[in-house]
Design a protein around this ligand. Sequence first.
Ligand code: GDP
Length: 442
Amino acid sequence: MFDDLQKRLSGAFGRFRVRGVLTEQNIQDGLREVRTALLEADVNLNVVQDFIAKVKQRAVGEQIIKSIRPDQQIVKIVHDELVALMGETDATIRFEKTGPTILMLCGLQGSGKTTTCGKLARMLALQGRKPMLVAADLQRPAAVEQLKTLGQQLAIPVHAETGVGPVQVCQNGVAAAAKAGCDTVILDTAGRLHIDDELMEELKTIEKKVKPHHVFFVCDAMTGQDAVASAKAFNEALELDGVILTKLDGDARGGAALSIRQVTGVPIKFMGIGEKLDKLSPFDPRRIAGSILGMGDIVGLVEAAQSAIDAEEARKQQEKLAKGKFDLNDFRNQIGLIKKMGSVKDLVGKIPGFNAIPGLDLDSVDADGDMKRIQGIIDSMTPAERADPSLIDISRRRRIAAGAGVEPADVSGLVKQFDAMAAMVKQMAQMTFMDRIRTLTG
Ligand code: GDP
């Protein structure tokens, strides 16, 4: 996977190693090579520029970890940004409660669409679903027979018929599935060698008349930016729910995997990693970033060092809390630690049962925005003000507010809130363990 890109990138990382320190100059030189490597791997130009800017910003601003060489730290930054570029993805398919769930697969000829229909049917059958395949690719002469053969191999029913058009085949297929007690229908639609109006019209009619619950675009990772361009065109015509990237086991260049999400906004849901029917997996951006870089050990090393620092930081905070000492500097560090864990909304959303609380609408609470604002205000204070907020008089309040882009009243609000919190921390520090629990739960 991604052999060429991997070779080029490891050359680029060598640049960062010069003399063991990161300077503007060697960051610049190294990133220039990363940029060329990505462009040669056929990654979209805008995506590359954005990516390089993000890596540079982080490389310059990142806290230096003593036990880690700067070039290793850059590998980790590039790794994280590659993962972010491809986007975290959720490959679960939401199934309908009543009637069969209809999945429509579309894509250009040769992308691996028919094979992927078989792979997906197999995967879903293993999850306990009862799929039916529908042979609606009446363009490629051998497609219907190919799907029938796949169905036989997998012992999964295939709906195929002659003498009617593709829309009718799909409609009859859905009816046949319902009759046969199948709960999932997978439509193998027609592909062409190139995008043309006739193909798009056919697919749009199927979408309108058959109303698939999910539309997936199958594309070949070896075709780089061509795959991205066709994903864009299909998404304009059909509103795709996801992309299935095939042939990642082959001579994939990286361009498609790294550009599709950013250019189209459509998540990559699954990846094909071989011709055989069991070679389909949920798309895993970490695994792809890992194979692009081929430096999993370094990424692991930096992660371990980073989490050791975080643990040390958390321990120091704990000690201060226990002593009843807690100032705005500590508060700011706490926010930093929380932010590393992800967005507040996601964190809260992950707590089991939280989503079920009546009246709780996570979207209406802008916890991440609030946190950013609070951090902005604290950042505009001097260390002395953070250590002793009582120093903040009217003129200092105005200065801080201007620096953070908020109103002076917001600054006093934050200081008041903080005072209340610090008072509670102090009180808690003087309590026994059981008293603390009572205060928190009572
Ligand atoms: P369709 O025209 O889009 O229906 O394409 P097919 O399903 O017939 O696939 C075209 C070719 O790609 C076939 O030779 C498949 O075996 C091959 N293929 C499909 N998916 C993968 C994959 O993930 N990896 C590899 N190496 N080959 C694949």
